[in-house]
Design a protein around this ligand. Structure first.
Ligand SMILES: [Cu+2]
Length: 193
């Protein structure tokens, strides 16, 4: 009976337009702040993947809306995931590298797909010098770079959660970077130093 109830609940959620996602994050030293902080919806899952051979943990901090702890694990490719079931802020860090691996997962009761996409596209550094990183919870299909007068000066394919762009050829100034993922679009303002 419980299984049937679960299936019915799932069908209802799908038909009501909810779209639960699993989001993937590379987890290693230097992943902190904006690159480790995202806004998700209740029911979404975040999966951290150990991106180097150092020991790491994913550990929620006191005051976090949800308690989770992977424990310290060593092994490139190790995966740890959390499905968020309550709204609120979840601050977390790696207990081995608390100064360079930390972030916040913000969980909202409900988010439209467009909101979820837009709020989880980040790019850094900004202002940028020679290389720009775009972090996106939705895997990017493509990006385009425009001047403020609308002239396209760059484009390329997305590389997944993290897309790296060469920006060394751009002249100093303001640009707009348009990113797309399965029909969703967001535009970001970029300053080239
Ligand atoms: Cu670590």
């Amino acid at each position: 009976m419980r299984k049937i109830t679960t299936i019915i609940a799932t069908v209802l959620m799908v038909s009501a337009g909810y779209a639960q996602n699993t989001f993937e994050l590379d987890w290693e030293q230097g992943v902190n702040g904006a690159s480790a902080s995202f806004t998700v919806e209740i029911g979404d899952t975040v999966r951290w993947t150990w991106a180097n051979g150092a020991p790491h943990s994913v550990t929620s901090q006191p005051g976090s809306a949800q308690v989770f702890d992977s424990g310290v694990i060593t092994g490139m490719g190790t995966e740890y995931e959390v499905t968020f079931v309550t709204d609120g802020e979840n601050t977390y860090l790696c207990e081995v590298h608390p100064g360079s691996m930390f972030g916040t997962i913000t969980v909202e009761p409900e988010l439209s797909v467009q909101d979820k996409f837009e709020r989880n596209v980040k790019f850094y550094p900004n202002p940028v010098d020679d290389e720009l990183t775009i972090a996106s919870l939705y895997r990017l299909d493509a990006y385009e770079i425009y001047t403020i007068t609308g002239k396209k000066v760059g484009q390329g394919a997305g590389e997944g959660t993290y897309t790296h762009l060469n920006t060394s050829y751009l002249e100093s100034g303001v640009y707009f970077v348009k990113v797309t993922s399965e029909g969703l679009t967001a535009t970001l303002r970029l300053i080239k130093r």
